[in-house]
Each structure stands twice: as C-alpha cells, then as structure tokens.
Ligand binder design. Structure first.
Ligand code: CO8
Length: 264
C-alpha cells in the first residue's frame, strides 16, 4: 500500500485492466490532508506508469462519504505559505488525474464536498448513489473553489448552473446532480460501486488504443475551434488504424465472436 489512507487495488484476473484507487481515512471522512494528498499523488503516478491499466475507479471505503474535501483541521495549523504549496500540489494532482490517458470513474456514495467534488470533477465519469451529497461549500468558508471547481464545473454543467452551485454553496442530492448533468448515473444508495464496475467492464472490453484516443480527442478538442478540433480527431483516428486490435475487431465481427484486444 502507498499510504495509510490511499490504497491502490488491482481487481481479479477476470477484471485485469481495472484498477481502483481507494480512499480510507474514516476518522476524517476522507478529508485530504498532506498524508492523503501524497498517497493520491503516488497512486495516480503508479496508474500513469502502468501500461496494463485500462480504466481506473476512484472509490471510498468509508461509509456514507466519498471525500469531505480539504482537511480543515490540518489547514487551520498551516501557515499561508504551507497552504499555498499544499493547494498547488492538490491542483497538479487533480490535473494529473484529468490527464491520465485511460478513463477514470469517480464512485460517489455520500458526501463529495469542496476538494472532494473537485477531485470527482477531474474524472471522466461520475456515478453516485441516491444518498450522495455534492457541493462546493468554499464561499461559506470565505474562499473560492481553488482546485479546479470554478473551471471544470461550468464546462460540465454550464455557466448558469455552476454559478448557482458555487455562489450558494448548496449541497445537492444525487438525483439533483443527475438532473444537472453533474453525474452520469444516479443509482439506489449502495449500488454506485457495482454500477461503476459494470461501466468499467464495458470500457475494458473495448480497444484500449481506441479508448485512449477517444479520450484525447474529446479532452483536447473541446477547447479548440472546430476546424482545428476536427484535425485533432483525424490525428487521433489515424492512431487507431494501423493496429492489430483493429484487424482483430474486423476478424471477430466476421467470425461472430467477441474480440480479444491486446492494446497493440
Ligand atoms: N476536514 C477535517 N475533518 C473533517 C472534515 C474536513 N473537511 N470533514 C469532516 N471531518 C471530521 C469531523 O470534524 C469529525 O471529527 P471529530 O469526530 O473529531 O469531530 C469527523 O470527521 C466526523 O465528521 P461528522 O461528525 O461531521 O460526520 P457526518 O457523517 O455527520 O458528516 C460530512 C460528514 C457531511 C462530510 C461533514 O463532516 C461535513 O460537512 N464536513 C465538512 C465538509 C466541508 O466543508 N469540506 C471542506 C470544503 S472546502 C475545501 O475542500 C477546499 C478545497 C479547495 C482547496 C483550495 C482552497 C484555497
């Protein structure tokens, strides 16, 4: 294990390719302090280096909480300079999550607040239980979301809804989050993990290079204007053409069987 509060798990052989970064700091509701941040960083660096990883789930072992955000007790003891370097490390760690080549899925049961929601916003997909409690309470603490919230939330749900969420700091339930497009799925309480695993397995069956190129085309294209964005799509598409997996896909179709992709 990488740290006391962050574990990196590989699923069974059946699910090889699916990895899980699991938060487990029950006494602080998974609040992110220095130790947990360093654990997160090392876990995602390990995922980044692992060429056999095809999809990553971020989950919590703590009942009724995904992550309560920044560790407010630790922060109270930090100097301004320490807060500054902590937040910079948090920001670059969330960017690392966002820029992973493989898909990331946040599994949200219970509270995802402040930095905890910002971490989930850095993922590709969010799956929550009906008991989820999502919000950016920073303005109530007289700060603003500082780990991507003011930028990633409006890109996801639009400016108007993001302003409502950030100005009021309101905590939303899973169904409300779903209706805003903030999460991909809202399932009965306790079922977010099995739902996420189902989605992870679907992704894991697909061509790994295709999945990486689709993520790159979407993430890098969204901030470009259309002509340049379509050039990017072409460039990413080309990367999928000269692959063994593409030929395997055609062969499997002709033979009416499931393809077996190797990522080559
Ligand atoms: N930091 C430290 N300790 C925490 C935190 C936290 N964020 N959240 C909960 N804890 C602790 C509690 O203090 C409590 O400790 P103790 O037992 O010693 O009193 C213990 O965890 C259990 O908490 P509760 O009794 O409150 O548990 P509940 O199950 O009733 O509620 C909640 C769980 C809903 C998660 C609730 O604890 C809560 O609302 N927590 C605070 C959420 C919050 O406001 N988070 C901070 C948002 S701001 C932020 O994340 C800034 C990040 C951006 C960085 C950039 C800034 C410049």
């Amino acid at each position: 294990s990488l740290s006391e509060s962050v574990k990196l798990n590989r699923l069974s052989d059946y699910d090889s390719g699916i990895v899980e970064v699991n938060l487990d700091r029950p006494e602080a509701k998974n609040a992110i302090g220095k130790e947990m941040l360093s654990g997160l960083r090392h876990a995602f660096e390990a995922v980044d280096r692992d060429s056999s990883a095809r999809v990553v789930m971020i989950s919590s072992s703590v009942p009724k909480v995904f992550c309560a955000g920044a560790d407010l007790k630790e922060r109270k003891k930090m100097t301004a300079a320490e807060v500054h370097s902590f937040v910079n490390y948090l920001r670059s760690t969330f960017s690392l999550i966002e820029e992973l080549q493989i898909p990331t899925i946040a599994v949200i049961e219970g509270a995802a607040l402040g930095g905890g929601l910002e971490m989930a916003l850095s993922c590709d997909l969010r799956i929550c239980g009906e008991n989820a409690l999502l919000g950016l309470p920073e303005t109530g603490l007289a700060i603003i979301p500082g780990a991507g919230g003011t930028q990633r939330l409006p890109r996801l749900v639009g400016k108007s809804i993001a302003k409502d969420i950030i100005f009021t700091g309101r905590r939303m339930g899973g169904r409300d989050a779903m209706s805003m497009g903030l999460v991909n799925y809202c399932v009965p309480a306790g079922e977010a993990h099995p739902k996420a695993l189902e989605i992870a397995r679907e992704i894991n069956q697909k061509g790994p290079i295709a999945i990486r190129m689709a993520k790159r085309a979407i993430n890098e294209g969204i901030d470009r204007e259309m002509v340049s964005a379509l050039d990017l799509e072409e460039e990413c598409y080309e990367q999928t053409l000269n692959t063994k997996d593409r030929l395997e896909g055609l062969a499997a179709f002709a033979e009416k069987r499931k393809p077996i992709y190797t990522g080559e």
